[in-house]
Design a protein around this ligand. Sequence first.
Ligand code: ADP
Ligand code: MG
Length: 322
Amino acid sequence: MLSEFDLIKQYFVQDYPENPRFPLGIGDDCALLQPHPNRQMAISSDMLVSGRHFFPDADPTMLGHKCLAVNLSDLAAMAAKPLAFTLALSLPEANRAWLSAFSAGLLNLAREHDCRLIGGDTTKGPLTICITIFGELPPASALRRDAAQVGDDIWISGNLGDARLALAAYNNEVSLSAAAHQQAAIRMHQPTPRIALGIALRGIAHAALDISDGLMGDLGHILNASQVGACLHVDRLPAGPVLGLENQALRREFTLAGGDDYELCFTAPVSQRAAVLAAGVASQTELTRVGRIEQASGLRLIDESGAAIVLDLKSFDHFTSP
Ligand code: ADP
Ligand code: MG
């Protein structure tokens, strides 16, 4: 039998090199973190609940990766550099195979981003994973939702909709070949946090967020916070490679209101187009310009000819969505 403390020691305590930024890690009542005198701290939490955010039998390695990736994605959207995180875990049982795979997926991604696990909490209960992440950035360099300006271009990183398409195939809403489903499912299970892009956009972009609940709703948060409107070229939205082979109606629906994309949507002045493209090259991230911030409130969807498109799409909401 694995005790609570053996479990923490065996699967989560890491042997990190000495660093004055981290005077104390796992083991005491609190971890200690030495703040940098000239940096702001960016802090975010995300909770993933079994049966709500992932299937109860989800692959534990991919789950470990995903629950940290969604938190890193929030730092990316703010242009913060990852520093450390805590992990609150509720587990139905102490299953060694599950814990070993979960911690490997989690800690591999953490190492990739030089982000330390400094503490957490472990309890028995329905499978729930809550991570709080800490990042840092120079003062006044955060990419906030309330900073879009009229005339800004709207940009999207990477591509959209394959994660939603994979979910639709799991739910038998669409049919995909096994190979296509597998390719799309990687986007659902293994999102890539756009950390390098976020940092490269400091001083260039105005507003940013990461797309987790569907572009239309998430862009709406920028528009509301910045008290502006926008026009979006629906057929310029970069569809994922698998979604790109589907019909226009599905492409439109899943790029606009998919969910689980974890790409960045950001606005930047027209005068910064070359700098934005250079940030994309430097961070090896594809970027697509998809619209414009406008004075008139609301989001206007247009096709290639400039004609208005009316689509009845809803963003995901935990309390109002089915
Ligand atoms: P407390 O009783 O003060 O809540 P715990 O006994 O829960 O402390 O935890 C002991 C130590 O292990 C603490 O430093 C805590 O941060 C750490 N810890 C607990 N669970 C985890 C976890 N899942 N991942 C990382 N650290 C953890
Ligand atoms: Mg505790």
